[in-house]
Write a protein that binds this ligand. Structure first.
Ligand code: SD4
Length: 306
């Protein structure tokens, strides 16, 4: 059975990722298989301009993908700046399982993916190309906090106000093991070659069966600066609840760069080994999705504090 199992994912599209993960968890499958399934669902979602094949490109019009995966025993894998491969999270898992390494980047990551049977194909969608051409008119790199991001998404998807963003997904399986994954096309209009937090173990994702797991979304440079997901897990180790740990990590981000913090979004999501979840964001607007085997609604969207 799936007793005690649960999964949490960033943003409202996390509901879909959780459903995919639950197909694994609900059948008694492993947390690792569950988070990969959830991340693959998000990567395949053609309506999401910040994850996978529908992602917005960098300033040169090139779509580069970042992803990581980790289990609670410290096994991990990641790819960064990967081009033309549509499931970076599965390539990250292959790095973890089939190589002595943790991270592959760019050309080398692609070469490895192809050697593992992943198909190389152009991914940039018409919509993303159009958004890039539009962006070129001003060519200003100014990451926006949610409210303004909604505007961008509205341009891409009329009527849709949702805050699509990087997918971070954390799962606890029936045997009490944790795993997490994080997948993204990174910040739109980034410099070619820019790597965010999502594929950096300890920044965009960290998992430890002794304590819990954490993941992040928002402007990745802030997570890297603060080794943020590792920080959240270490705060939980010291006794903080998932929410308190996320809040304290946000306070650290603000303390480091008070001025910049006014203009950028940073969101943390955590799950401890007892299955308690919590989140905290620098600015309003971050939600996460939770699914468990409880008697309540199977899918719940939670507003994080900010
Ligand atoms: C990054 N954290 O590449 C990711 C992207 C993201 O809101 O979450 N954007 O920095």
């Amino acid at each position: 059975t799936a007793s005690g199992a649960r999964v949490v994912s960033t943003w409202d599209f996390g509901v879909g990722a959780n459903a995919a993960a639950w197909q694994v968890l609900g059948a008694g499958g492993s947390a690792l298989d569950a988070v990969e399934a959830g991340a693959r669902w998000a990567e395949a979602d053609l309506c999401n301009p910040t994850v996978g094949r529908c992602g917005n490109p960098d300033r040169d019009g090139v779509l580069t993908l970042d992803a990581s995966i980790m289990d609670g025993d410290g096994r991990c894998g990641a790819v960064a700046a990967l081009e033309d491969i549509d499931h970076p999270v599965s390539v990250a898992r292959a790095v973890m399982e089939k190589t002595p390494h943790v991270m592959l980047v760019g050309q080398g990551a692609q070469q490895f993916a192809v050697s593992q049977g992943f198909e190389k194909k152009p991914l940039l969608t018409e919509g993303a190309k159009q958004a890039w051409r539009e962006w070129l008119k001003t060519a200003q790199y100014q990451p926006q906090i949610n409210a303004e991001r909604e505007q961008r998404f509205k341009d891409r998807r009329p009527g849709d106000k949702s805050n699509h963003d990087t997918l971070g997904i954390l799962a606890l399986d029936a045997s009490g093991k944790l795993a997490g994954a994080c997948t993204t096309s990174g910040m739109a209009w980034k410099l070619h070659g820019r790597v965010g937090d999502s594929p950096i173990i300890g920044a965009g994702l960290y998992v430890d069966n002794e304590v819990g797991a954490a993941t992040a979304s928002g402007v990745g440079e802030e997570m890297v600066r603060n080794a943020a997901s590792f920080l959240v897990v270490e705060l939980m180790r010291q006794g903080r609840s998932p929410m308190e740990a996320c809040r304290e990590a946000i306070e650290r981000v603000v303390r480091k760069r008070p001025e910049a913090s006014k203009r950028l979004q940073v969101c943390f999501l955590a799950l401890n080994k007892h299955g308690e979840a919590g989140a905290f964001a620098l600015h309003k607007g971050f939600v996460y999705a939770l699914r468990d085997d409880g008697s309540g609604p199977h899918d719940r969207l939670h507003d994080s504090a900010s």
